[in-house]
Design a protein around this ligand. Structure first.
Ligand code: URA
Length: 209
């Protein structure tokens, strides 16, 4: 699939299997999501541009590599996106965080916004939108739209699981947004859940079922 990277690393796949298992506890699910988030973050930042700066080692001066440009922005879609954020901040501690409150209307499956707070200079920063489940894609489309309205121009999307329908929807509306995911599952069911999936990521993360 164009514009999609499946992170096939064995550690990611092993942890994902544990997360899919319905007997995994809330505590275990949360910890695993945090761990996978760090690994996904490593992949999504793989091609960030570098520049050089002069430093002094204990022995000499050298031109050493550092990340170029302004700090990254992670944009979790509330609430399940928060489950990935700490693991990503472990790897990029100086990243900024934009919060996007969107929920899926259970009947229409469309995205409804209830909160938005982002750094004012989004146009100068790469933005990584974060949500564990790319299901219908409606929420992802709405989040990207909102971030673009606010000035973002360089966007990427990180999720744990994607449905083919969700990827197609996101790319129909936003072909410029590349997706990183741990797996592409078979399909959506009639309620918009990913099959085989792992259930409701927010409920499993916060123990609300
Ligand atoms: N959101 C979830 O949490 N799980 C799904 O399977 C689809 C959307």
């Amino acid at each position: 699939m164009d514009n999609v990277t499946v992170v096939a690393h064995p550690l990611v796949q092993h942890k994902l299997t544990l997360m899919r298992d319905k007997t995994t506890s809330t505590k275990g699910f949360r910890q695993l999501l945090r761990e996978i988030a760090t690994l996904l973050c490593y992949e999504v930042t793989r091609d960030l541009p570098l520049t050089t700066t002069q430093i002094e080692t204990p022995l000499t001066t050298m031109q050493a590599q550092v990340l170029a440009g302004k700090k990254l922005v992670f944009a979790p879609i509330l609430r399940a996106g928060m489950g990935l954020i700490e693991g990503m901040l472990d790897l990029v501690p100086s990243a900024r965080v934009a919060h996007i409150g969107l929920y899926r209307d259970p009947v229409s499956l469309t995205a409804v916004e209830y909160y938005f707070k982002a750094p004012s200079d989004l146009s100068e920063r790469p933005v990584i939108v974060v949500d564990p489940m790319l299901a219908t894609g409606n929420t992802a489309v709405a989040a990207v739209e909102r971030l673009k309205e606010y000035g973002a121009s360089e966007l990427r999307f990180v999720c744990l699981l994607a449905a083919p329908e969700g990827i197609a929807n996101l790319h129909r509306h936003h072909p410029d947004v590349r997706v990183w995911t741990a797996a592409i599952d078979q399909r959506l069911n009639d309620h918009g859940y990913i099959i085989p999936g792992l259930g409701d990521a927010g409920d499993r993360l916060y123990g609300t079922r």
